[in-house]
Ligand binder design. Structure first.
Ligand SMILES: NC(=O)c1ccc[n+]([C@@H]2O[C@H](COP(=O)([O-])OP(=O)(O)OC[C@H]3O[C@@H](n4cnc5c(N)ncnc54)[C@H](OP(=O)(O)O)[C@@H]3O)[C@@H](O)[C@H]2O)c1
Length: 324
């Protein structure tokens, strides 16, 4: 038996229950991992509330963790007891002291990277990686808009885009978050809870608009984001922290010949090669100092409900981690 958080009914943070769960032995191609640090991601909130449907009910949430391999199943896994490994994206079930994972879904963590840092950056960093390098290729000379610029993904997006030579405009809700976003390489920060971000972006870009918007806020920002884009700009809608955006008629894209994508990390790390490449680039960027991981909030695993309440309540910035 190990301790884990379980969701038996969908709802608020209080539905996360601290329970004993049976842990079997790893089967063919699987490994058993004792978690050292567990990354919290906003997607965990969507599953807990039922915005996305969990694969089972009840379920253990969480799609990211770093831990030590404590048992290896039969067949080739490429892993041995004692290895420190990370995974992000799936399968679900990381809010637990231990979990069984397909060996094909984990990557080795370089010894130079602390497990807490690795669990803070794997999912969010790989997201920033595919958004900046593959969804739309950010280059020197581009001007980009990043919503929730002080958030887990937002902080990394701003740092990385700045390093790529882009002009970065970020939106945040508080002055404290604005200071962090500036520190993370935002050239312009807009308090979108107090100011109209659309007119600010137009002012900053002399009326031209931005090359790309990275919008993870969804309902509250989507329409304004389209207005911020330049002709033939790219709208990358990759989350909905404020709620699902209203349906978009194709005709909304026509006046500026806009591109619109709704990408997911899962579809950008399908093959083992894609996963290794994305994780490798993230860990290399941490090691080189391009990415400074902000582990701003850690909670004991048993207090995941408090962590969820803070994340949903916009009280957090940077990464949020659970420690078993
Ligand atoms: N598509 C993908 O593959 C993928 C992968 C990873 C993450 N994501 C998405 O990226 C986003 C960021 O994830 P994260 O884990 O790094 O979370 P996060 O950005 O640290 O937290 C969410 C932030 O969104 C902002 N926000 C604006 N309106 C909000 C509202 N009504 N309720 C709550 N927050 C609101 C808040 O920042 P302010 O206080 O500054 O407004 C809040 O801190 C999420 O939408 C997530 O679903 C998508």
């Amino acid at each position: 038996m190990v301790k884990a958080l379980r969701v038996h009914e969908l709802g608020g943070p209080e539905v996360l229950k601290w329970e004993d769960v049976e842990m079997g032995e790893p089967k063919e191609g699987e490994i058993r991992v004792k978690n050292k640090a567990i990354g919290i991601n906003f997607i965990d909130v969507y599953f807990r509330k039922g915005v996305y449907k969990a694969p089972t009910m009840p379920f253990t949430p969480g799609v990211e963790a770093v831990g030590e391999v404590v048992a290896v199943g039969p067949g080739p896994t490429g892993r041995k007891v004692g290895d420190i490994v990370a995974y992000a994206g799936g399968p679900m079930g990381s809010y637990a002291e231990e979990q069984i994972l397909p060996a094909s879904k984990v990557v080795p963590v370089p010894p130079s990277i602390d497990p807490v840092i690795a669990a803070s950056v794997m999912a969010k960093g790989m997201t920033a990686q595919f958004l900046l390098h593959r969804c739309f290729k950010v280059e020197k000379g581009h001007t980009i808009l990043v919503h929730a610029a002080a958030g887990g993904v937002g902080s990394l997006l701003c740092q990385w885009a700045n390093a790529l030579g882009a002009t970065v405009i970020g939106t945040v809700s508080t002055k404290e978050k604005a200071a962090q976003a500036k520190d993370d390489g935002c050239h312009h920060v807009i308090l979108y809870t107090e100011e109209d971000f659309v007119s600010h972006v137009k002012e900053i870009t002399s009326g031209n608009g931005v090359d790309v918007v990275y919008d993870s806020v969804g309902k509250d920002t989507f329409q304004g984001s389209l207005e911020c884009l330049k002709i033939r700009g790219y709208m990358v809608s990759f989350g909905q922290s404020s709620g699902t955006p209203d349906p978009v008629p194709l005709s909304a894209l026509a006046p500026k010949s806009l591109f619109l994508t709704r990408p997911s990390l899962m579809q950008y790390t399908i093959t083992r090669d894609e996963l290794l490449e994305a994780a490798g680039e993230v860990f290399a960027s941490v090691a080189s100092g391009v990415l400074k991981v902000r582990v701003n909030h850690t909670y004991p695993l048993s207090e995941a409900a408090k962590a969820h309440a803070d994340l949903e309540g916009r009280k957090t910035s940077g990464s949020v981690v659970l420690i078993p």
